[in-house]
Design a protein around this ligand. Structure first.
Ligand SMILES: NC(=O)c1ccc[n+]([C@@H]2O[C@H](COP(=O)([O-])OP(=O)(O)OC[C@H]3O[C@@H](n4cnc5c(N)ncnc54)[C@H](OP(=O)(O)O)[C@@H]3O)[C@@H](O)[C@H]2O)c1
Length: 339
């Protein structure tokens, strides 16, 4: 059986994206065959596209998808044909402590093929059920950005009602942070370079908003908004450009979730102020199958719908990449496989 897919091919010192076909592997006893119905893009996919040295020639990109089980291996007990499922970002991180061995198996990066293909074979344990109220496109936005925000705020952050949260920008991770925290009864501050996006964030339930272009000292603005106390949880997405301000804005006992590299790798913040606040930094790397399942239970309980900015057809995948690169989006950019 053949599957249409996109391949990242070496093109001199860079990578280019083009459609191709490949043979779908045979089903192992514990594997399931998923007909992909939708996928979504993350900032990470731009990093992969830019990493010609670290990406296998011909790699199928993207980590995030949702689809339908169309065949099962002889030992499969968890799924039946017709089930709506989504693969976890780390297929082998089922639960418990993280192991660095999972890094090389993450879908759609390095050496491991991803989900921008019509048919995907994965182990039955690597999939989670899609909440009933979500479309395939909505569900396809969850595996990386949704699980990361959940892991940061709930699994490690232990977020409770009444606490304050700050998210940086209005991309995928940030808006999941906003939606999940607001549903928990937290007060969420959103920063953005765009007043129009901040208006949309306020309509989604943001408690306060700060334009970080007009107000580069957004840490001081956050301190003022919290009556000088500081913010209890910060999703640190910016990297070098934002880290010192995140540390300045964190509350005593607060938690910074180290997640993003939007302004580059290798932030070198001054960590000394953390000790005088008894505050901490949690390194976050997406999440496990257990995290994903608990995220989905919360999303179902609170009837949350992910914010999808734009949906492209399979044949338009290169345009979806361009849209993400332009950073004009609010929430997620998705690809539908339905004609
Ligand atoms: N550690 C992990 O497991 C993990 C998982 C997922 C993502 N990430 C990382 O988290 C970051 C966000 O990923 P994403 O997929 O959500 O990105 P995204 O959807 O592409 O978000 C882009 C948005 O971020 C905002 N932004 C850009 N530079 C900024 C800055 N210097 N300060 C504040 N906001 C800025 C902008 O929002 P406005 O237009 O509103 O200004 C921009 O539109 C990326 O660095 C990604 O690599 C890490």
């Amino acid at each position: 059986m053949l599957s249409r897919h996109y391949a990242l091919s070496q093109d001199g010192s860079s990578l280019s994206l083009a459609q191709a076909t490949k043979t779908v592997p045979d089903l192992a006893p514990n594997s399931i065959l998923i007909k992909i119905r939708a996928a979504s893009l993350n900032y990470r996919d731009l990093l992969t596209m830019g990493d010609a040295g670290g990406t296998r020639d011909g790699l199928t990109p993207l980590s995030d998808a949702a689809g339908e089980v169309i065949a099962i291996g002889s030992s499969v007990t968890r799924w039946k044909i017709g089930d709506r499922v989504s693969p976890n970002f780390f297929p082998a991180w089922l639960g418990g402590a993280f192991s660095p061995v999972h890094l090389s198996n993450a879908l759609g990066g390095g050496q491991t093929d991803g989900v921008l293909c019509e048919y995907l074979v994965i182990d039955q344990a690597a999939a989670v059920a899609i909440p009933d109220h979500l479309s395939f496109v909505e569900a396809a936005t969850l595996p990386c950005a949704g699980v990361t925000a959940w892991h940061a705020l709930f699994e490690r952050g232990k977020l409770t009602a009444g606490e304050t949260v700050l998210v940086q920008g209005t991309g995928g991770v940030a808006l999941f942070g906003l939606q999940l925290a607001a549903a928990q009864g937290a007060r969420v501050i959103v920063t953005s370079s765009s007043d129009a996006k901040l208006e949309r964030a306020a309509a989604l339930g943001a408690w306060k908003t700060i334009n970080y272009k007009n107000q580069p000292d957004w840490d001081q603005a956050a301190m003022a908004l919290t009556g000088g106390h500081g913010v209890d949880h910060i999703l640190e997405l910016g990297g070098p450009d934002t880290y010192d301000r995140s540390i300045a804005a964190i509350a005593p006992g607060g938690k910074i979730a180290q997640i993003g590299v939007l302004s580059g790798f290798g932030a070198q913040p001054n960590l000394t102020p953390l000790q005088f606040k008894n505050a901490s930094i949690n390194g976050i790397c997406v999440g496990s199958v257990e995290h994903y399942a608990r995220l989905n239970a919360f999303i179902a309980e609170h009837a949350i719908h992910p914010i999808v900015d734009q949906v492209f057809a399979f044949d338009e995948a290169p345009l979806a990449y361009e849209q993400l690169r332009g950073a004009g989006h609010f929430g997620k950019i998705a690809i539908t496989f339905d004609r």
